[in-house]
Design a binder for this molecule. Structure first.
Ligand code: GLC
Ligand code: MG
Length: 686
């Protein structure tokens, strides 16, 4: 072997040799012998060290030298020591690099998910944008307006239902979960919308309605006719055809939640409209079918689900009467959900197991890198806040990323800083440790807060929404301060309003106000839109507000963009500072970062002077970065005298080396603690 190698070396030498003395030695050496076919009397290595080795001593090292020469020199101390030093240096550097990499990974806090980094924007598809001129919004319309989200720096869009539906409850009564209603477009339109959204970096959250279907759903028809597979897909019970009330349960839309079905000769349960029969989740086949539907949409690529009306999913099997809130009320007057303690129709044992099963299926689709799928639950539990909190995932079992927090919808009940703080704290103090909060100030079921709190409170409420910790939800139009429309009885569309006009949800569902063109730019062709456009659209619209850097829209956009770039705002500490009859004040700061944001917001009816001089952590003079009353932006206040007008919110930015949170631990909250290391610009767990 060694001979062969030498031979090879000599051939190369012939081409690249620079040293004539080597050529001499080689011609008489083992390679030459091998080439001549002579057998070598001694092992080559030995001969080299004795005879030829002596000659090599004369040779200077040179590029392309053969192994023998190389070895002679390389064993000399100066080469050997250098080599060893370099070798160990390389080993040490590699180990250090591996160590640093592991340490950085171990010490890095988790990145924010897409559902944490942007507000969720709710589109009510009938009212957002009509592309075909029938006066009703549609999927192509939404697609035309995607740049609106980019303009606002919104990344997550929840679209209320667009499944095939007879529209008794405007899409919350689903006839086919795998089809798009023709009013909204086609499956192709949906696919194009989703593709465009993904291309623009937007996420699409679907509405999913597990509790019920439409009475026109194929399953319901098969259940009425007792098809063996579908017979128990709904909640049926025997009842008296002339008085079909197997018990006192009432529908959310009023009156008995039971309706007699002539085909089957039994009563079925509907916690909402009689056209929305409740599915029977005690039948495992129902769960199986619903999971298939969830997978159908996940396969299409949707990014998450808003799970509708989840607390109603299960009912007690015993069907006993629910206790009356007022035991003395005559039973025939018990007609609304407020008359009963809904002990047997909501939040039943087993509900969370079902939601966790949905979640596990959804999570199977989150494994693909960068494709996290999100889940949020809708449940109004009013003063039973602990029930809402049960929808949060725990460290052992996953459920929703967060349950919707509806408490800020009550802001208008009492216009004061103390009340604002109380509502915020209701969530913060009950939320399981380390969880991610969220805030809703409006949706398609509740009067617009700009109307109930008053137009002068729109800006401060948006400011609150965008500076609290956690994910904000913005119902379409809130970014420009849209208001409820007035509806006459003959204009009522909403079934809840037909039952009781004061419960109509139409006022908050009016067409989006894009510009001052016909129909506010919502629908070009239509003579009339499905609900009237608010008459204020000529001045209150997106286009006008884009031209005005003091508008509600400009403020929304500024705050939302700032939020996504500023650590204190997107993942920093939240600390209560002060609350009184007018003002609610809190702080957002981040350990290791000098910049902090102090919010001073007047939710009351009077002007206020806020004195924060008892807090040594704040600098003496405080400069307003942005005020909702624009003329006050840039103004400076001594910390003992911060002035606010009713409905005015101030964002004060200041710089300091002193952190507030270490001295006020009981008043401060953070989801996942992290610190900033300025000189290498990284975050680490601390
Ligand atoms: C949810 C929806 C509401 C709907 C109801 C029945 O509460 O938000 O609009 O009427 O569920 O599906
Ligand atoms: Mg249309």
């Amino acid at each position: 072997m060694s001979l062969g190698k030498s031979s090879g070396a000599s051939v190369e030498m012939g081409e690249c040799t620079r040293n004539p003395s080597y050529r001499e030695a080689d011609s008489d050496g083992p390679a030459a012998a091998a080439a001549a076919g002579r057998s070598s009397p001694e092992p080559a290595a030995k001969r080299l060290s004795s005879d030829a080795g002596q000659e090599y001593l004369q040779i200077q090292p040179y590029a392309g030298m053969p192994k023998e020469v190389l070895l002679r020199y390389s064993s000399q101390a100066r080469y050997r020591v250098t080599r060893e030093v370099l070798f160990w240096l390389t080993v040490a550097c590699t180990l250090a690099l591996v160590g640093i990499t592991i340490a950085v990974i171990a010490l890095s806090p988790g990145c924010l998910g897409w559902w944490q980094g942007s507000p969720v924007y709710q589109v009510y598809p009938r009212s957002f944008k009509d592309s075909d001129g029938d006066g009703i919004g549609d999927l192509r319309g939404i697609r035309q307006q995607l740049d609106h989200f980019l303009y606002l720096n919104i990344k997550s869009v929840w679209i209320s239902p667009f499944y095939r539906s007879p529209m008794k409850d405007f899409g919350y009564d689903v006839e086919d979960f795998r089809e798009i209603d023709p009013i909204f477009g086609t499956m192709h339109d949906f696919e194009e919308l989703l593709a465009d959204m993904h291309n623009k970096g937007l996420k699409l959250i679907m509405d999913f309605i597990p509790n019920h279907t439409s009475d026109r759903h194929r399953w319901f028809n098969l259940s009425r006719t007792r098809d063996p597979y579908y017979e128990n897909f709904y909640v049926w019970t025997n009842c008296n055809a002339t008085h079909p009330k197997p018990n006192n349960w009432v529908s959310i839309f009023g009156n008995s939640s039971w309706t007699y079905d002539e085909v089957r000769g039994q009563c079925y349960l509907h916690q909402f409209l009689k056209e929305q029969p409740d599915l029977n989740f005690r039948n495992p086949d129902v769960m199986k079918e619903m999971i298939d539907i969830v997978k159908f949409w996940l396969d299409k690529g949707v990014d998450g689900f808003r799970m509708d009306a989840v607390k109603h999913i299960l009912e007690a099997e015993h069907l006993r009467d629910e206790p009356q809130v007022d035991p003395n009320k005559p039973p025939e007057l018990v007609t609304t959900e407020w008359d009963l303690h809904s002990d047997y129709t909501t939040s039943q044992v087993g509900l969370h197991d079902l939601l966790r099963t949905f979640r596990a299926e959804i999570d199977n689709y989150s494994r693909e890198p960068g494709r996290y799928r999100f889940m949020v639950t809708e449940s109004y539990d009013y003063d039973e806040v602990w029930k809402t909190m049960m929808y949060y995932s725990t460290s052992l079992v996953r459920e929703s990323d967060f349950p919707f927090n509806f408490y800020l919808l009550d802001l208008p009940h009492n216009k004061s800083g103390l009340w604002a703080k109380e509502l915020v704290n209701l969530w913060m103090s009950n939320m399981p440790k380390g969880k991610w909060p969220n805030w809703v100030v409006g949706n398609h079921d509740r009067p617009r807060i700009s109307t109930s709190a008053g137009p002068d409170k729109v800006r401060v409420i948006n400011m609150l929404l965008l500076t609290l910790p956690g994910t904000a939800t913005t119902y379409y139009g809130e970014e420009i301060g849209m208001q409820n429309i007035n509806i006459t009885d003959s204009q009522i569309q909403d079934p809840a309003g037909k039952y009781n006009s004061s419960l109509s949800r139409d006022p908050e569902r009016s067409p989006m106000q894009w510009n001052d063109d016909v129909n506010a730019g919502f629908s070009s062709g239509a003579n009339s839109t499905w609900l009237p456009v608010h008459p204020n659209y000529r001045t209150l619209n997106v286009e006008a507000q884009m031209q005005d850097d003091t508008s509600v829209l400009a403020q929304y956009r500024f705050l939302n963009r700032l939020r996504s770039s500023e650590l204190p705002l997107n993942r920093g500490w939240f600390c209560y500072v002060h609350a009184d009859a007018q003002v609610f004040s809190y702080l957002r700061e981040f350990d290791g970062l000098q910049r902090a944001y102090l919010m001073v917001m007047n939710f009351g009816e009077k002007s206020a002077v806020t004195d924060l001089s008892s807090f040594p952590e704040f600098p003496e003079r405080l400069k307003v970065l942005i005020s909702t009353s624009h003329q006050n932006s840039g103004r400076e206040f001594p910390k003992s005298q911060i002035l606010t007008e009713p409905g005015e919110g101030l964002m004060i930015r200041y710089s300091t080396d002193t952190r507030f949170n270490p001295n006020h631990q009981g008043e401060c909250y953070i989801s996942e603690k992290a610190c900033y290391l300025e000189f290498i610009d990284i975050l680490y767990k601390c």
